[in-house]
Every structure is written in structure tokens, then in C-alpha cells.
Design a protein around this ligand. Structure first.
Ligand SMILES: Cc1ncc(COP(=O)(O)O)c(C=O)c1O
Length: 518
């Protein structure tokens, strides 16, 4: 090996030698999860039979809450089913037994059409680290709308202010181009990477969701599933897309080596906390290792920071891990919960491929979007980030995540259940069935149908748990992920832990404790 080449071991040693860099103030994560322990607990969870809600308890929730207290939601969404496929538009909206119609949000609370109030841990799927609809941002947005409306197709000062704020906080992002969504940001990233490197293949982290564009609809949710979820996308589209198993650098290294003779690797695209926002967490040194592999094989390292960007800290997960990607994908928080939330950022020599206007050269990645970088979204993003910094929102939201995960762990332990709860700052994972912890190996094709059946059965139970949590007043993401925000308080977190514990108490075989409902 040539002198000066940084080996995997060297990178890891450097990372651990830099105290305070991988953890510390300014970030939502105060303590990195004990990854081997979490993985072992998840392995144990999926090795056990499913523990589901008692049937009478589930029926009690469906009748007692949804049927009796949510009649207006039921009627409206039944009518919607005539006009809107499935009666609901958002992938994150619960359907069991029917979707709720939300009329009001404020901070950490949601109100439905029937006037029921809930604690909100969906937080729109992640963009609202300040909590829902913060008045400080709303006032500024109303001002922009009042003066120039939501879109012009020209330039607005908040585009500059947002890009400068990001550059000031993320050394690896001196340039930023705003796009319409995280999906578009990921699409742009692989186009830029191909132009910048002249290479062909894109390697993504198995199980990660990098939006729904054709080429990245690969290895979704469960590592190893390849095109399984890409219904409607022709297989040939994946000729240059590959996935690797998260957490272990060796399969990635093998893929990069193999690609050398097959057009090379343009980009390695990863979610820095692990696929599905850390549903399968990564060892602390993993990202640094991937950085080293990308340098060695001449691929661009792309961090998909759609969830982690600004939620983990204003310098993103890249600041937390002390690892600089070549390109960073943004979404969600970059528009503060307002529409058209997306973008791509990186070094000048890479971002030149996204130059619009007069600077556009002939070698330009194809991107567009009538609504991208409009005054409404860029002002909302800018004022959200300014307010997040002023309020130390990532850290405060992270502290609430710590309290929530600790509360859930002790409830789970008291009930003698095999459930797994952990958090990465304000992203709290509560796994009761471990649906996303499975892997699919298409080389062992005979096992696949049985596994898919088991996964589906577990998913149904996860949805039932989600419905029960909602009936107890706690709205979650898919019954297994909970985003905390700076608007949550110790009191609301404790309230949520008690509410979820009331559901745990009714799981088959859960220990009954003094004070439980009869
Ligand atoms: C990690 C990650 N990347 C990309 C996306 C896609 O972003 P969008 O929904 O804005 O297209 C998401 C959406 O949830 C995401 O979680």
C-alpha cells in the first residue's frame, strides 16, 4: 500500500482520537446507542413469536376511540375514498381503522375533526424540529406571502440567506441548490456524481429510503430486497444501481472493487445514521470507514441528510460524525415543514454541474422544478434554521428523545416484554415486532416467501399497535418511530410514556402491575 494512504484502522483511530468531535454540544445526540446491544436485542426480538395486543384490547380501542369518538373523520375519509385513491394521500397517514382528519396543529399537539387532541410524535414525518407551526416562522412567512406571494420564477433574497446559513454551518456545503423534495435531491446527487467522476455505478445502503425516483427504488426498507418494492419500474433501470448491507464495510468494499472493471462507482449514497433514519443503527466509526473507501475507489460520498440535516444539529449528521461527504442531500427541515423541501449541496467543483442561468456550462446535470427555491420555501427554511439556532432546538429536542427512550425502556422492562427502544437524539425508535430488522437473501430464494409472509404478519401487528397508541392519544410514525421536538416538554414526554405503557399492559403475556386498568 502506498505511503500516506489512510487505512480503515487509521481512520477509525483518528475518529476516536478526536474527543468532542463525534459527540458533544451542539448536537441532539448526547450518547450514541450501544449498537451491538441494540442489534442483539433486535435479533432476539425477531427470533421470538410475535407479541400482539390482546384481541379484546384491540377491539376496545377500535370501538371505544375510533368508532365512538372519531365519527366526523370516518365520514369525511369515507367520502374521500370516492375521489382520492385509498381515501388518503399521505404515505405516513394511518389507515387502521380509517385515517383521522387533522384540523389543527400547534407545537406538540394535533387536533382532529372531532375535537380529539393528541400528542404529536409524527411531526409531519420529521421536518418540524421546533414543533408544528411555530409562530416565529409563521409570521415571517406571512410577511413574504403578503409582499411577493409564494412564487415568482425569479430570484429572492431568502434563497441567498438560506444557502449562506447552510454554508456557515456545514463546511462541506459551500454551495447549495434548492430543489422540490428530498427525492429530487437524491436524483440530482447521482447525476452530479456521474458527471463529476465519469463513472457509472451508484451504490446505495440496503434498506435506506432515498426517495422514490426510478434508479434509487432499490433495496428499499429491507436490505437485500433489490427491486422487490419498485413496482412499476422496469428492471433495466437498475443496471447501474447496487445495494450493500449496512454496518459492515466489507460487502461495500467488495462491490467497489468489482465495479472497477465495470464502469467504476460514481457515488456511494448513505443515510449516516443507518437506513430508515437509524432503524438499523450503524457503528460509530462506520461513516468514516465509508469515507475512506470512497477516497480509495474514487467514488463520491453522498450523505442523504433529508432526515438528519439540522435535526441532529445545524451541521447535520456530518458534523456529529466529523465526516465530510462530497455531496449532501437535503429535504424536510430545509423548508421548516413548508412545501418544496429539498436540495443538494457540496463542493464548488461538484456543484458547478448544477449551475443555472448564465453560468450554466454545457456539462450540466439535468434538474428542474417550477416550484423549486420559491420565496415561500426558502424564507420558511431560513427562518426555521435561525430560530432553531436561537432556541438550541436540536439539543432540546434531543433531550426529549433521551427522556422518551429511557421511559419506554423502563416500561418495557417492567412489563417483561421483548420490545426494543433506543434513540439517536430526537429520533426515537420503538420496535415491538422488528419488521425492518429482517433481511432478504434472494440467493436463498426458497426462504423468501416464508419470510415475506412473516414480515407482513409483523407489519399488521405494528399497525395495530399504532392504532392503539393513537387511541391512547399518541400519534407516531408507523407505530415504530417517534420524532421529538423542541416543543415537547418533560411533562408531555412522561404523559406519552404512560399512554404507551397502557398499551403495553394489554399485550399478550405482559406483566400486570398495581394501578393497571382492570
Ligand atoms: C432519508 C430520506 N431520503 C429521502 C427522502 C425523500 O424525501 P421527499 O419525501 O422529500 O421526497 C426521505 C423521505 O422521507 C427520507 O427519509
Amino acid at each position: 500500500m502506498a505511503a500516506g494512504v489512510r487505512t480503515w484502522e487509521r481512520v477509525v483511530a483518528e475518529l476516536t482520537e478526536r474527543p468532542g468531535q463525534a459527540r458533544g454540544d451542539g448536537f441532539a445526540i448526547t450518547e450514541y446507542p450501544d449498537v451491538p446491544r441494540v442489534i442483539a436485542d433486535l435479533d432476539a426480538l425477531i427470533a421470538q413469536p410475535i407479541r400482539r395486543l390482546r384481541r379484546d384490547a384491540l377491539q376496545g380501542y377500535l370501538d371505544g376511540h375510533f368508532e365512538q369518538k372519531c365519527a366526523a373523520s370516518k365520514t369525511m375519509t369515507a367520502e374521500a375514498a370516492h375521489y382520492i385513491p385509498g381515501g388518503v394521500q399521505h404515505n405516513l397517514a394511518f389507515n387502521l381503522p380509517f385515517p383521522l382528519v387533522v384540523t389543527k396543529t400547534s407545537g406538540c399537539h394535533l387536533t382532529d375533526l372531532d375535537g380529539n387532541q393528541y400528542l404529536d410524535f409524527l411531526q409531519a414525518g420529521g421536518p418540524t424540529v421546533l414543533g408544528s407551526n411555530p409562530p416565529e416562522v409563521l409570521e415571517q412567512v406571512i410577511d413574504v406571502l403578503g409582499t411577493c406571494g409564494p412564487s415568482t420564477g425569479l430570484f429572492h433574497e431568502f434563497e441567498l440567506k438560506l444557502a449562506r446559513f447552510i454554508a456557515d454551518h456545514m463546511p462541506a456545503v459551500p454551495m447549495f441548490r434548492m430543489l422540490g423534495s428530498g427525492t429530487e435531491g437524491c436524483m440530482a446527487a447521482i447525476r452530479v456524481a456521474r458527471l463529476a467522476t465519469g463513472r457509472r455505478n451508484v451504490v446505495k445502503m440496503g434498506g435506506a429510503y432515498d426517495g422514490w425516483s426510478d434508479q434509487l427504488a432499490y433495496g428499499l426498507r429491507l436490505p437485500g430486497t433489490r427491486h422487490h418494492e419498485a413496482k412499476g419500474v422496469p428492471r433495466y433501470v437498475f443496471r447501474h444501481t447496487q445495494e450493500f448491507f449496512p454496518g459492515d464495510p466489507e460487502p461495500l468494499e467488495r462491490t467497489l472493487r468489482r465495479n472497477r472493471a465495470r464502469g467504476g462507482t460514481a457515488a456511494v449514497l448513505i443515510e449516516p445514521l443507518g437506513p430508515e433514519s437509524g432503524t438499523r443503527p450503524l457503528p460509530l466509526d462506520f461513516n468514516a470507514g465509508v469515507r475512506e473507501l470512497c477516497d480509495r475507489f474514487g467514488a463520491l460520498l453522498v450523505f442523504d441528510e433529508v432526515v438528519t440535516g439540522f435535526r441532529i444539529g445545524l451541521s447535520g449528521a456530518q458534523g456529529f460524525f466529523g465526516v465530510e461527504p462530497d455531496l449532501t442531500v437535503f429535504g424536510k427541515v430545509v423548508a421548516g415543514g413548508y412545501p418544496s423541501a429539498g436540495g443538494l449541496g457540496g463542493r464548488r467543483d461538484h456543484m458547478k454541474f448544477l449551475a443555472a442561468g448564465l453560468e450554466a456550462g454545457s456539462k450540466k446535470a439535468l434538474v428542474g422544478g417550477t416550484m423549486a427555491a420559491n420565496p415561500l420555501s426558502s424564507a420558511a427554511g431560513y427562518f426555521t434554521l435561525v430560530e432553531m439556532e436561537r432556541q438550541r432546538a436540536p439539543q432540546r429536542a434531543g433531550a426529549m428523545g433521551d427522556r422518551f427512550a429511557a421511559g419506554l425502556r423502563s416500561a418495557i422492562q417492567r412489563r417483561g416484554l421483548p420490545f426494543v427502544a433506543y434513540n439517536q437524539g430526537s429520533i426515537v425508535h420503538l420496535q415491538t415486532v422488528g419488521t425492518l430488522h429482517f433481511t432478504i437473501d434472494f440467493n436463498r430464494i426458497w426462504e423468501v416467501p416464508g419470510k415475506l409472509k412473516e414480515i407482513q404478519a409483523r407489519k399488521t401487528v405494528m399497525e395495530e399497535m399504532g392504532a392503539a397508541y393513537t387511541a391512547e392519544g399518541v400519534v407516531t410514525l408507523a407505530g415504530s418511530r417517534l420524532y421529538t421536538s423542541a416543543a415537547h416538554t418533560e411533562q408531555t414526554i412522561d404523559q406519552a410514556v404512560s399512554a404507551l405503557d397502557r398499551v403495553f399492559a394489554q399485550v399478550e403475556g405482559a406483566k400486570q402491575l398495581p394501578g393497571d386498568r382492570p
